[in-house]
Design a protein around this ligand. Structure first.
Ligand SMILES: Nc1ncnc2c1ncn2[C@@H]1O[C@H](COP(=O)(O)OP(=O)(O)O)[C@@H](O)[C@H]1O
Ligand SMILES: [Mg+2]
Length: 270
């Protein structure tokens, strides 16, 4: 049994293929309790795929993911279920059921067979903590996308996961809603009980939030280190270009060229 409390998760030599196309190649890094580890990289780098592998939604071709002294990719089914119950993965568009936000928050607790009275109390506490009072009785399709992201985060945390994985937690929501989410993540870090792993393509957000950073590029782990290592003392040329915003420009140029036109503002840069 994987212990439900572990201080570190360590990814080693991870490969993943969609059909024959490699999406992860020899990916390795670690993330620690009480710290926010940002997985950064342009679109298509493999961030979402990496998270799916850790949450056992996608099966790696090879490699290991260690937590609590065990490789979670090689667990028998019952222990694999226990692993999935000890972590929470918030997808980029959190999948909320067509029931009230309050009922949504209760779902993971019901799945874990927590007594009804306890569920009501935990859910009510989460509604207050995450400022969901006004939308608690509404169905998800009737609330804003920022509120849906906040509800998704609240639902991920009612089970007090040892590892919280967030895929682009503030993509496509307005600055105020993003600010709130960032505050909750900082509070969670301060509590010191959770390994927080998040993807973002927003370099400013990575700088604001991350303690540690892992850069993925075209499926490869280019460099991992503390935020200062990556942003201020990059050892790799790709890292240096990425944190300076040059890779994103190249990506835009590649996309434009694929469409048969290069915008003049980009043509001049090389
Ligand atoms: N379901 C899929 N089938 C085939 N290829 C996929 C699928 N999902 C993602 N990919 C490809 O795998 C690579 C990594 O994608 P993804 O993990 O979504 O990257 P990111 O989250 O960093 O944008 C990309 O080249 C993407 O096109
Ligand atoms: Mg993604």
């Amino acid at each position: 049994m994987v212990s439900t409390s572990f201080d570190e998760i360590r990814v080693e030599g991870l490969y993943f293929h969609y059909e024959k196309k490699p999406a992860l190649k020899e990916v390795g890094f670690s993330a620690k309790k009480g710290r926010i580890t940002a997985v950064i990289g342009p679109n298509g780098a493999g961030k979402t795929t990496l998270f799916k592998v850790i949450d056992l939604l996608a099966r790696a071709s090879s490699g290991r993911v260690f937590a609590g002294g065990k490789d979670v990719l090689a667990l028998p089914p019952a222990e694999a279920r226990a692993w999935r119950q000890s972590i929470s993965f918030v997808m980029q568009e959190p999948y909320l059921f067509n029931m009230s936000v309050r009922q949504n928050l209760a779902v993971p607790l019901k799945m874990r067979k927590i007594p009804r009275s306890k569920i009501d109390r935990i859910v009510q506490d989460a509604i207050i903590k995450f400022g969901l009072g006004e939308i608690a009785e509404k169905k998800p399709f009737r609330v804003s996308s920022g509120e849906r992201k906040r509800a998704g985060l609240a639902r991920a945390l009612v089970t007090e996961p040892a590892l919280l994985i967030l895929d682009e937690p503030t993509a496509s929501i307005d600055p105020e809603a993003s600010y709130l989410i960032e505050q909750y993540l900082k509070d969670l870090r301060a509590e010191g009980r959770t390994i927080i792993m998040m993807s973002t393509h927003d370099l400013f957000q990575a700088r604001r939030l991350a303690d540690d950073v892992a850069l993925l590029f075209k499926g490869e782990l280019i460099e991992a280190g503390t935020k200062d290592d990556i942003f201020d003392r990059p050892r790799n040329e790709i890292t240096r270009k990425f944190v300076n915003g040059e890779i994103l420009v190249e990506n835009v140029r590649e996309s434009c060229e694929a469409l048969g036109r290069a915008p003049s503002t980009l043509r001049s840069t090389g």
